[in-house]
Design a protein around this ligand. Sequence first.
Ligand code: NAP
Length: 254
Amino acid sequence: MYTIDLSGQVALITGSSRGIGAVIAAGLAAAGASVAINYRTNASAADTVIDEIRAAGGEALRVPGDVSDENAAEAVVKTTADRLGRLDILVNNAGINRDRLVMRMSAADWDEVLTVNLRGTFLPTRFAIPLMVRQRYGRIVNISSVVGLSGNPGQANYAASKAGQIGLTKAVAREVASRSITVNAVAPGFIDDGDAGGMTAGLTDEQRSQALSRIPSGRFGSAADVAAAVLYLVSPGASYTNGQILTIDGGLTA
Ligand code: NAP
């Protein structure tokens, strides 16, 4: 049987105060990892996630900071490694959207989405890799989106940022593969359940039923579906999976 044991490992999950990131963090903690919970503004949401992980017997640390800011990203990575002793796993999950048709999209909306989603993936990666190289072990997973593969009207900035994460994933995977570090991406489709779905919350009923009709599995995905994919990619046994994009979309892009 294939079991995943992350005991003794340390994981930093960006944007894990709610939504998909919170469920990924709980999943990695349940597998034995000590987890660092990052967020930008909502401290009480992060505290709830931390309390739940601790109540289940896990170890969790609060590491606030805007991952798209160079100094803050460096501090988030450094605090995680200093306080928890090492850094084995980085999940770049923090993300935002500012949806609008391209002809009405402001440069500010473009910059904000590219900055948080793409620069906010680059910076934690840039600061984590020297630690992982020294350990000669590491697992990085970037949370992209199927929109980065197929595009979506009204999401030019978001799609560009998510496609950018895919290029970043493949380039960095080639840089660090010889040091036993893997860099992969997960590309979720429509994710929406009781605990997550921040980015699908704005869909109208009509948009929801249109989306559902295009999904072969006949349902939206859950944050747990995404977390299961991340758990595989960060596991020691996934050492020969590198530079890949794992689509979690119920067959939407099959
Ligand atoms: P969400 O519920 O909106 O949560 C976003 C998280 O990111 C929050 O914890 C937020 O913290 C944090 N965050 C935002 N900007 C940050 C920054 N600059 N620095 C640090 N933390 C920051 O999002 P979600 O729906 O779970 O999505 C999570 C990821 O999955 C995103 O990358 C998204 O693109 C991707 N994704 C989502 C879906 C979907 O259907 N939900 C589909 C495909 C891909 P604060 O609240 O404190 O700002």
